[in-house]
Design a protein around this ligand. Structure first.
Ligand code: NAP
Ligand code: G4F
Length: 321
């Protein structure tokens, strides 16, 4: 029975990946930060017994190397998925140093911890389409140059190259998944998709009357998180470590997302959505669209949930809540 370590297990992707790996028979170990409440584990609550027996949580932090070494030595995982990060792009402008430490240096800390522990494992780094930023070409693939536009983006570029450098320098089995935006009913409430599906429901229920957004013209390649965690696992089952773009190949604006979400509740978004400068970014990524041809050809991965279905799934889940 294989053991996998997931950093960032309390996040959106961590919860889907845990479920996925447990369904494949893995024992899953998750790194959790100390918090004044245990609320941050709500995305794992549904993993009740007997599945829960396959899940162990260890206190630790990417900024605390001894906690990483201790966890690695205790569990000797065959696979390590580094999903932990300060992952909010706008907030990275408010906390650039912390973001660089957690999202950038954190990955290097984990790579060093693996090296120090003399652990032979396969390592997955959660790289991001934000690294393309002001992209020179569309769609973006594994050969597209990076032009990050935020402290988050530059931190992910650092972590990405650190992962590749440790592969090239020390022969470590390291793969980077360059994932485009992926969403779900478990998405954090201050990312644009979930912010829209939550507030559209509040408006439909008569509990609110306005949704304030930033740049509604921004376009993203949005897929379903459940599909994307399968790609992470496939990368670590591949015959060699490598880097892959994971995307749907379609791009849609924030405004289009609003139209479908409000429309699904029988509302015209134009009556309720207003722009507010507070949600604009100092530098914006205007358009992302990924070419996942390499993942399709080499991993056999394809996305399953189309865009309108994803939006409706999120609206319905918030309605039920
Ligand atoms: P998320 O919901 O924001 O989860 C982030 C996770 O990282 C949380 O579990 C958080 O713990 C943990 N974390 C933050 N700082 C940490 C630290 N210093 N030490 C240990 N844990 C720490 O993110 P997500 O959407 O699941 O994304 C997973 C990963 O994929 C992230 O690295 C993200 O940058 C990357 N990514 C995401 C997307 C996307 O569209 N979702 C696309 C490309 C790449 P707490 O719960 O304690 O805060
Ligand atoms: O939902 P967002 O905050 O996601 P963003 O910035 O694309 O980042 C997400 O995807 C990345 C992959 O490319 C991940 F690496 C990253 O960790 C994160 O998961 O914003 C999407 C777009 C942006 O252009 C933003 O300016 O929506 C625009 N937007 C417009 N109004 C807004 C808002 N974004 C947020 N969060 N809140 C708004 O009110």
């Amino acid at each position: 029975m294989k053991t996998a370590l997931i950093t960032g297990i309390t996040g959106q992707d961590g919860s889907y990946l845990s479920e996925f790996l447990i369904s494949k028979g893995y024992n899953v170990v998750g790194l959790v930060r100390r918090n004044s409440t245990v609320d941050q584990r709500s995305r794992l609550d549904h993993l009740a017994a007997p599945v829960r027996k396959k899940l162990a949580l260890e206190y630790g932090d990417l900024l605390d190397i001894p906690s990483l070494v201790l966890t690695l030595k205790k569990h000797r995982p065959a696979e390590v998925y580094n999903l932990a990060a300060q992952s909010h792009v706008k907030i990275s402008f408010d906390q650039p140093i912390f973001t660089a430490q957690a999202t950038g240096l954190g990955a290097l800390n984990l790579l060093e911890a693996i090296r120090i522990s003399d652990l032979e494992c396969r390592f997955y780094q959660a790289s991001s389409s934000e690294m393309f930023g002001k992209a020179e070409q569309s769609p973006q693939n594994e050969r597209t140059p990076f032009h990050p536009r935020s402290p988050y983006g530059i931190s992910k570029v650092f972590a990405h190259w650190a992962t590749i450098n440790y592969r090239e320098s020390y022969g470590m089995w390291n793969s980077c998944g360059i994932l485009f935006n992926h969403e779900s009913p478990r998405r954090g409430e201050n990312f644009v998709t979930r912010k829209i599906t939550l507030q559209a429901n509040r408006i439909a229920a008569g509990l609110a009357d306005t949704l304030y957004l930033g740049n509604m013209n921004a376009k993203r390649d949005w897929g379903f998180a459940g599909d994307y965690v399968e790609a992470m696992w496939l990368m670590l089952q591949h015959s060699k470590p490598d880097d892959f773009v994971i995307a749907t190949g379609e791009t849609h604006s924030v405004e289009e997302f609003c139209k479908i979400a409000f429309g699904h509740l029988g509302l015209d978004y134009k009556k309720y959505v207003k722009t507010d400068q507070a949600y604009m970014r100092p530098a914006e990524v205007e358009l992302l669209c990924g070419d996942a041809g390499k993942a399709r050809a080499e991993l056999g991965w394809t996305p399953k949930v189309p865009f309108p279905q994803l939006v409706k799934m999120m609206v319905d889940a918030d309605k039920a809540r």
